[in-house]
Design a protein around this ligand. Structure first.
Ligand code: HEM
Length: 447
């Protein structure tokens, strides 16, 4: 090969573990630091695994779009077959393509419009249960809300019927998956190695599976007239007439429960917290809600009318990207920009790093929804801001998530003012997603 230059050096690490310790200790800090010290293409090593942090938008475009076929998903996804199975996040090649095509109609604009009414109903239910003056963990509230929305919209099911057991098991599975991803040593070993994290993860997945398999069995034979994703997956037939196994349907359902609710819940959690710290943003938001909605109920089309609310969501996802990094593995020797990337090298792309780059976002630490003018969008390089990834593996639920985040935020803010409890330490936890480590306690004040 060698159409390019060999990689430039990166930060020196331990002779054995490379940069693993720093990445485990504080990835948010070290990725920013290494980008600052070494530029847009930073060579890293985790034990025997060679890795490159790529920060330049044009190079990211190459990895995710123009040279996407030279890359597969990375070790973090590959080494978790029990969690992701062969669902959309983890499957590859022709199989992935077929599954993605099957799922696509469930995310069409017409379907999204139908989902909007469920989103509005569910948030109203939640608000009815809130009490003036109450103190809540807003992360738990948002998780519950988005899980109920995902199960009704995508699966036409009510997970609440299965009690809190499913909710808790899914939260546990996410927690232990997060722990597994945070510990690079555990991550690089197969999941059957009996570390406590792996054992807990297995147990939590088993509990979730019970509910999901029950959901599938109850639905078989009762799909007529239903348009939800679960029914479409059950009805799908190959050219030879064969249908998907329960295991494959489980993998897709589980992936969508996982990918489809926590990310949006975190977006709302961080947004509500950031608003509580920026009263001028709250005032502008309220102005917009009053002038657009007046006293009538919210409807799907308000998504397009609530321009400032959308900006608030964009800006919140910039400062607190729910997915803070994605990765790929080179399946063949290739070159990115002018650099040789040999087969087997992992590429890391971090929304966290890019979103704080002063080349694209001046005064990057400021929560400033007003920066998202049409002109700003237009001038921003495509892969300077990519909360939903990009290219063929771009998030299938991006429009679902934006619609949900905007409608739910509007519904909550028009009824309640929220204050972040002062006596708490809000710590960023970069697990599979970017979470507040101990949740965020907020008090609710009815307007
Ligand atoms: C704010 C909310 C969300 C964020 C930030 C987000 C982010 C992402 C990102 C960055 C990817 C690409 C991963 C990669 O390239 O390796 C992705 C993929 C995916 N997301 Fe989302 N997502 C969100 C909401 C949703 C929702 C609501 C759903 C479903 C209802 C969903 C389902 C998926 C699926 C199935 C994939 C895999 C797609 C494929 O590879 O074909 N996501 N998401």
């Amino acid at each position: 090969m060698s159409q390019g230059s060999t990689m430039p050096p990166g930060p020196r690490g331990d002779w054995l573990l490379g940069n693993a310790e720093d990445l485990k200790k504080d990835p948010l800090k070290y990725l920013l630091l290494w980008h600052k010290q070494h530029g847009d293409f930073v060579k890293l090593r985790i034990g025997h695994l060679n890795m490159v942090l790529v920060c330049n938008p044009d190079l990211i475009h190459e990895v995710l779009v123009t040279k996407a076929s030279s890359f597969s998903k990375d070790v973090a996804i590959k080494n978790n077959p029990e969690f992701f199975g062969e669902g959309l996040l983890r499957s590859e090649g022709e199989f992935w393509k077929r599954q993605r095509k099957l799922a696509a109609p469930s995310f069409s604009p017409k379907r999204l419009e139908e989902y909007a009414s469920t989103m509005i109903e569910e948030v109203s239910e939640m608000l009815k249960g809130w009490q003036d003056g109450e103190l809540v963990d807003i992360q738990i509230e948002m998780m519950r809300l988005t899980l109920a929305i995902a199960s009704k919209t995508l699966f036409d099911a009510d997970v609440k019927e299965h009690g809190v057991a499913f909710e808790e098991a899914l939260a546990d599975a996410q927690k232990y998956l997060g722990e597994r991803l945070e510990d690079l040593i555990i991550l690089l070993l197969p999941q059957w190695v009996p570390f406590p994290t792996n054992v807990h993860l297995h147990d939590a997945i088993e509990k979730c599976n019970k509910v999901v398999y029950k959901l599938i069995q109850e639905r078989r034979g009762k799909t007529e007239g239903r348009h939800d994703l679960l029914s479409s997956l059950i009805d799908a037939r190959d050219e030879d007439g064969s249908q998907m196994s329960d295991k494959q349907i489980r993998d897709e359902v589980f992936t969508l429960f996982f990918a489809g609710h926590e990310t949006t819940a975190l977006t709302l959690t961080w947004t509500l917290h950031l608003i509580s710290k920026n009263p001028e943003v709250e005032a502008k938001l309220l102005d917009e809600l009053q002038s657009v909605l007046q006293d009538r109920p919210i409807e799907a089309n308000d998504f397009h009318r609530l321009n400032y609310t959308r900006k608030v969501i964009f800006e919140s996802m910039r400062l607190r990207p729910p997915v803070w990094a994605i990765a790929r593995e080179a399946v063949e020797d290739c070159f990115i920009g002018k650099y040789d990337v040999p087969k087997g090298v992992s590429i890391m792309i971090s929304q966290w790093v890019n979103n704080q780059d002063e080349r694209w976002f001046s005064n990057a630490q400021k929560f400033d929804p007003d920066r998202w003018t049409a002109e700003f969008h237009e001038n921003l390089p495509k892969f300077a801001y990519f909360p939903f990834g990009g290219g063929p593996r771009t998030c299938i639920g991006n429009n679902f998530a934006l619609l949900e985040a905007v409608l739910l935020l509007a519904a909550i803010m028009r009824e309640y003012h929220l204050d972040t409890e002062p006596e708490q330490n809000i710590v960023l936890q970069p697990a599979a997603t970017l979470r507040p480590k101990n949740g965020i306690k907020m008090s609710l004040h009815k307007r």
